[in-house]
Write a protein that binds this ligand. Structure first.
Ligand code: CUK
Ligand code: CUA
Length: 683
């Protein structure tokens, strides 16, 4: 297998230093020698000529060397980025920033044949319908890789649809969506997805409050009738599915829950969600002040601290009511049983991120130049000491000073935080357009070295989330960080007024050179911007970066057997195989068993009558790697992708009479154009 070596060349400091020094010496030599390069290296000239011609600085040369992958070599990491309102997930190789796949999730995707005829996929989409309304897009925000003991295990990927409060499950054996669940409590979400350290649950927090089950209630009844929520979807690891029958939700006050994270290690079993609009602003029409002003009027919002183990015990003891048949633990029960606590968070908070060892929770304030760091130990002590005041719903609000560990000034508009392997945290700074690096406290850094700002690298422009290599697990890798920027302005040739997003790759491998930097400044202090990548699909919010070898160990290269049904992840005993191809008529139903192989379908002529119901099974019996066949049926909105071994079933009524050539859409052989047939519908 073609793999990059375990230690990439550029991590080898001596070699790297030699390369850069050589390049610099050559540059100087070239500058002193009229018409000179570093010697003739064949048709393309030497690299020194290229550096000269293109006027690169040595920093640019280093950036190019760090991201370049020779043809055939693979990336060290894969980043799964949300595709925003494209409803997809995008898989990107790191450090090359090459796109590997756009995984169809909430939105049909024709290349993968995702959602264009297959009956089992139809059932996946229909499970995400909202009370009968077909929703065929999503606003994906936060992907979550499955974890074992707090580390990504490369098995499953979850993602939420903010627009309709849904969660999807992708199986990383074939990188295909297998399940969509609709939240019964809320019509929009945001605070998800994220998993508990052994993926017992995938968690979906709410956002804009609505009456439970989004029943009608006028905004005048906001305080009494509107509610927030967080939902715990049980994951069945053996079946690689969410088990809706073992899932439950918590009823929360109608504050807008924002983003959550799981406790890990010392804080395992606890869940933390920041929130905003504790003011309960109801907008200009209702209150005379719009949501922008109203929801940020107060000094504080509340970090929600949730004891998941207690919540689970209450659910198992049946201490729930139901919303549309779905169990929900009432707010009063959460208060009485000590499941839910609040902590004041300064000024329009965003993000809640738990340190690798679980000791601290980092919260940013969009209108506060600090990140606030809370200590899990101190939170536990404040709970034990009952060091709290009740809020308007009776939820205990822990004393801020008693649970605060530190505040670090990082810049204007801090949002999200990631971690490395050297005791540093990285926070995206929206208004300043930088990523700030700062040092954690004990046990990561001691004494004078703790809680210090140690770097501010400019990005272009207005960063939202950042993702570091395994940067939200119990063992971050350091080395790479990607800044998921909201604006790109002048970074790319403008393709009309709708500009791409800009993902910027940053090298964070080198520790800070100086002990501190200035808060207003732009001193990267060891970090280096390597690469700009336009993303022209939808706004990616969050992303996670996993070591590629974990995926390689788990991913199918071809399906394991001929007749494999990806929806069931098992062989379909009724799948067409070589020799049993046939067409059967039963009353008005015509059932077809067809095989596909380079470069023909068997059978290649199907005769039906107008009005017949058609059930059409097709198996790709080619087991060579990458021998994918397509299947397009014009006029009937059918396009399939049949990967090696895969079987699929489409079903439809032959409502239109006529002559319909069907054909293979993947250029699979020299005689690919001949891979076709006729579907004849007699009037
Ligand atoms: S949110 Cu978009 S930048 Cu949905 Cu996590 Cu913060
Ligand atoms: Cu099969 Cu083209």
């Amino acid at each position: 297998m073609r793999r990059r070596s375990a230690t990439p060349l550029w991590r080898n400091r001596p070699i790297m230093a030699v390369l850069v020094v050589t390049a610099v010496i050559a540059l100087v030599a070239a500058a002193c020698t009229p018409g000179g390069g570093g010697g003739d290296n064949g048709a393309t000239g030497s690299y020194v000529d290229i550096i000269n011609e293109r006027g690169f600085t040595d920093e640019q040369v280093a950036a190019a060397l760090k991201t370049y992958l020779p043809s055939g070599e693979w990336d060290e990491y894969v980043m799964f980025a949300s595709g925003g309102h494209s409803g997809q997930v995008i898989a990107i190789g790191i450090p090359s920033m090459r796109i590997l796949k756009n995984i169809g999730v909430f939105t049909p995707e024709p290349w993968q044949g995702w959602g264009y005829g297959n009956v089992e996929q139809q059932a996946v989409f229909d499970a995400g319908n909202v009370r009968g309304n077909e929703i065929r897009w999503g606003d994906t925000h936060h992907p979550a890789l499955s974890e074992t003991e707090g580390d990504y295990d490369g098995k499953l990927l979850f993602i939420n649809d903010k627009a309709n409060a849904r969660v999807a499950l992708i199986d990383l054996r074939d990188w295909e969506t297998k399940q969509i669940v609709k939240n019964p409590v809320s019509i929009v979400d945001h605070g998800g997805t994220f998993v508990t350290p052994n993926t017992e649950y995938v968690i979906e927090g709410g956002q804009y409050a609505n009456p439970l089950g989004w029943d009608y209630a006028p905004l005048e009844e906001y305080e009494a009738k509107y509610r927030g929520m967080v939902t715990f979807w049980k994951v069945d690891r053996d079946k690689a599915r969410i088990d809706e029958s073992r899932s439950f939700a918590l009823e929360l006050p109608p504050y807008w829950q924002d983003l959550c994270d799981s406790g890990k290690k010392v804080s395992e079993g606890w869940i933390f969600c920041n929130s905003f609009n504790v003011e309960m602003a109801r907008g200009k029409v209702t209150d005379g002040a719009d949501f922008e002003a109203g929801a940020s009027a107060g000094e504080n919002d509340y970090l929600h601290v949730i004891d998941l183990k207690k919540a689970e015990a209450l659910y198992e003891a049946g201490k729930t009511t139901e919303v549309d048949g779905f169990p929900i633990i009432p707010l009063q029960t959460l208060i009485d049983e000590g499941v839910l606590y609040f902590i004041p968070e300064p000024k329009s908070p965003h993000g809640a991120d738990v340190t690798p060892g679980g000791e601290y929770i980092v919260v940013s304030g969009k209108l506060d130049p600090h990140v606030t760091i809370y200590s899990f130990d101190k939170i536990q002590k404040a709970i034990a000491d009952k060091n709290w005041e009740p809020d308007r719903y009776g939820v205990p609000v822990l004393d801020f000073d008693a649970v605060k560990e530190a505040q670090v000034e990082v810049g204007l508009g801090p949002l999200h935080t990631q971690f490395d392997d050297k005791g540093y945290a990285y926070t995206s700074i929206f208004l300043d357009s930088v990523v700030s690096r700062w040092s954690l406290g004990p046990p990561y850094k001691e004494g004078d070295e703790a809680w210090k700002l140690v770097g501010r690298i400019p990005i272009n422009y207005n960063v939202g989330h950042i993702a570091a290599a395994e940067g939200d697990t119990v063992s971050p890798d350091g080395n790479y960080l990607v800044s998921l920027n909201k604006w790109s302005i002048d970074r790319f040739l403008p393709p009309g007024p709708l500009l791409p997003q800009n993902l910027q790759l940053i090298d964070i491998d080198q520790p800070p050179i100086n002990p501190t930097v200035d808060v207003g400044g732009t001193d990267p202090n060891g970090m280096q911007l390597l690469y700009d990548m336009p993303l022209a699909l939808g706004e990616p919010h969050y992303a996670q970066i996993i070591k590629a070898d974990k995926l390689e160990a788990n991913t199918f290269e071809i399906y394991p057997e001929i007749g494999w049904d990806p929806a069931k992840m098992a062989v379909d005993p009724d799948a067409p195989v070589a020799g049993n191809e046939r067409v059967e008529r039963n009353g008005n139903t015509v059932e077809i068993w067809m095989t596909a192989i380079r470069s023909h379908y068997t059978p290649d002529r199907i005769d039906v009558k107008k009005g017949d119901h058609v059930i059409w099974h097709i198996t790709n019996i080619d087991l060579s790697k990458d021998a994918t066949h397509g299947f397009a049926l014009p006029g009937y909105n059918v396009t399939l992708s049949l990967e090696p071994g895969e079987t699929t079933t489409i079903e439809f009524d032959a409502t239109e009479s006529g002559t319909f050539p069907f054909y293979c859409t993947e250029f699979c052989s020299a005689l690919h154009l001949e891979m076709a047939g006729y579907f004849l519908v007699e009037p």
